[in-house]
Design a protein around this ligand. Structure first.
Ligand code: SF4
Length: 363
């Protein structure tokens, strides 16, 4: 990656910010003011931090960056979902999706630009891995979206939930992810606590064990999408590295870390004629029951077909039948309503696509 010459302050913890501030010859207490400015007040330029002396703002401008992502385009779906196509300082795509519901907002952020995993049903996979996003870029995605929706620095009406389900495999960018989540959880910042965050992995098994041990751990979702190794090898090639037995052993261990009332999720993308038969549903229920997982639910996701992928969504009757079979075998199954399909914002559709779009607002 082309190195940034300036330090991106959004990726620093309060302690690191204190060290940075002292390094440029300023008193340590300024760090808290700057941290609040960047995160709690969501200011994206030093000039806007009018509680800082002008000389300090200028000094910061010379050595540091308050913001690095540029919004190239914003797409608004008929269902209120918004998709943001941003660019990093080195011109790589970052996509973030805002999904409003009546009582809460959910922001789906990307952990990588592109993705190295080659899930066959996913558009992002076609980009390959461009690079890991930095902690600052992870945090900034949320700031940009909240400012766009509510206005810079304005209070948000209700809490924000985060899902790490955008482009990329979060567990292949583990260190930056955990750092960013720590920064976002700060009370004097965005204050999005781990309990409001769900991270989705395609099955990077060693990291599931590591994630289970985190003291302040977000929720976990594992993308499954096939009930046996042969089909999963084809749909999600990461399965050739860690197969279902290994994945379920990790899931079982993870289950031990669940808090009271918490469950974890398996996601299953239903692909018409590929993994959506009654036989697949029975196999899936048997797989879960055989491994004795108790506190798990299945989210069924109708595939969001998009060119040039050759998959088609499972039809509504098939999905109902699939769900019924799981439930009859004691598995909790839920149907996730796809949001923002018309603007390529739905699962597996993030690939810096810009056409066709009903509403494109370039800024
Ligand atoms: S589904 Fe997720 S993990 Fe798989 S290729 Fe797409 S972005 Fe990567």
């Amino acid at each position: 990656m082309k190195r940034m010459e300036k330090t991106h302050l959004a990726g620093l913890t309060i302690d690191e910010l204190a060290a940075f501030v002292e390094g440029i010859g300023e008193p340590k207490y300024r760090a808290k003011q700057i941290f609040k400015g960047l995160h709690e007040r969501r200011l994206q330029s030093f000039d806007a931090m009018t509680d800082l002396p002008k000389a300090l703002r200028e000094k910061l401008g010379e050595t540091a960056a308050a913001a690095t992502l540029r919004v190239e385009a914003r797409y608004v779906s008929t269902d209120g979902t918004r998709r943001y196509l941003m660019k990093t300082h080195d011109d790589l795509p970052v996509e973030t999706v805002f999904i409003p519901t009546e009582d809460r907002d959910t922001i789906c952020f990307s952990s990588q630009s592109g993705c190295p995993l080659k899930c066959d049903f996913c558009l992002t996979a076609r980009l390959g891995l461009l690079r890991n996003l930095t902690a600052g870029e992870l945090v900034e995605q949320i700031v940009v979206v909240l400012n766009d929706v509510y206005g810079a620095g304005r209070e948000t009406p209700h809490g924000t939930n985060l899902v790490g389900m955008g482009a990329g495999e979060p567990f292949l960018n583990f260190e930056n992810l955990i750092r960013a989540l720590g920064i976002m959880a700060e009370e004097e910042g965005l204050h999005i606590v781990p309990n409001r965050v769900t991270i989705s992995t395609a099955g990077i098994v060693p990291k599931i064990y590591e994630f289970a041990k985190l003291e302040k751990r977000p929720h976990l979702a594992i993308s499954l999408s096939a009930p046996d190794d042969a089909l999963r090898d084809k749909l999600m090639p990461i399965n050739r590295r860690w197969n279902l037995d290994e994945l379920f052993a990790a899931a079982k261990e993870f289950e031990k870390s669940l808090r009271r009332g918490e469950r974890f999720t398996f996601e299953y993308v239903l692909l018409g004629g590929v993994n959506d038969s009654d036989g697949h549903a029975r196999k899936l229920a048997n797989l879960l029951n055989r491994h004795g997982l108790q506190r798990v639910k299945i989210n069924l996701i109708a595939h969001n077909s998009a060119e040039p992928l050759e998959y088609r969504p499972a039809d509504a009757e098939r999905i109902e039948s699939f769900k019924r079979i799981l439930e009859s075998k004691g598995v909790s199954a839920y149907l996730r309503t796809p949001r923002g399909r018309d603007i390529y914002a739905a699962c597996g559709q993030l690939a810096a696509k810009s056409e066709p779009n009903p509403v494109r607002i370039t800024r």
